[in-house]
Design a protein around this ligand. Sequence first.
Ligand SMILES: NC(=O)c1ccc[n+]([C@@H]2O[C@H](COP(=O)([O-])OP(=O)(O)OC[C@H]3O[C@@H](n4cnc5c(N)ncnc54)[C@H](O)[C@@H]3O)[C@@H](O)[C@H]2O)c1
Length: 252
Amino acid sequence: MGGRLDGKVAIVTGGAAGLGLAYARRFVAEGARVVISDVVDGAGALKRLDAPATTHAMRADVSRFADCERMADEAHARFGRIDVLVNNAAVFATLKPTPFEAIAEAEWDRVMAVNVKGIWNCARAVAPRMRAQGGGRIVNVASAIAHKGTAGLLHYVTSKGAVIAMTRALARELGPDGIAVNAVAPGLIMSETVLANPHIAAFQREAVLASRAFKRDAVAEDVEGTVLFLASADSAFMTGQTLVVDGGSVFA
Ligand SMILES: NC(=O)c1ccc[n+]([C@@H]2O[C@H](COP(=O)([O-])OP(=O)(O)OC[C@H]3O[C@@H](n4cnc5c(N)ncnc54)[C@H](O)[C@@H]3O)[C@@H](O)[C@H]2O)c1
């Protein structure tokens, strides 16, 4: 049986660790060639993927448009096309929950530059390639926290609300070119990077579990199938949508 991404080339931003690396691994298993792009070095991640012929790692800071253009050029040069862009990079696991009045202005600006402007940058870097190919699929990573309005992370919550809005507007601008733009909004997932950052791992965990229909922690495998669905032809006629994957915590 063929893979659901056979012949496809995908870029996963923020793919050097955590959920991004989990998506990359799943995509490779489904037949894709995958570029993991991250602000940190991806050599270790590449080793873990253990598929040298079909994977490539590179450094790019999504808040810088020139980096995103280089990312698109390098992915195209390496694998000859770009079918899927997963906008997963964000400032998240390293954040320390803080009352809104105490958030440092520089941190606010960085969260917006990476989580919001980063998606604009990657979309405008990759869209010309997808257009020239006659289509493509963009998957933006939002968060269920935007629906919940959780206290203590105002910059992050705001940024993920923007991701949902951008998904709708980009879907309208890119739809005529056959490019789908959808989002996934996970609830708290015990990714490896979340587990490595106790501030975030413990943040409202009890309240999150209590609010869920499924009373358990979530792991990367709980969300990667939804990302694969949005990256594949199985979601061919969907665009502008946000799928919440949070064990039944909010019904958006
Ligand atoms: N884990 C969760 O509970 C959860 C829930 C909802 C949404 N999300 C979202 O899922 C995505 C991945 O989350 P994660 O748990 O793996 O956390 P994470 O914070 O570890 O992942 C972010 C990745 O992006 C990279 N990155 C940061 N700044 C970058 C930049 N400027 N350019 C390129 N890469 C950059 C990091 O190096 C890291 O590899 C994020 O968008 C996060 O907001 C996570």
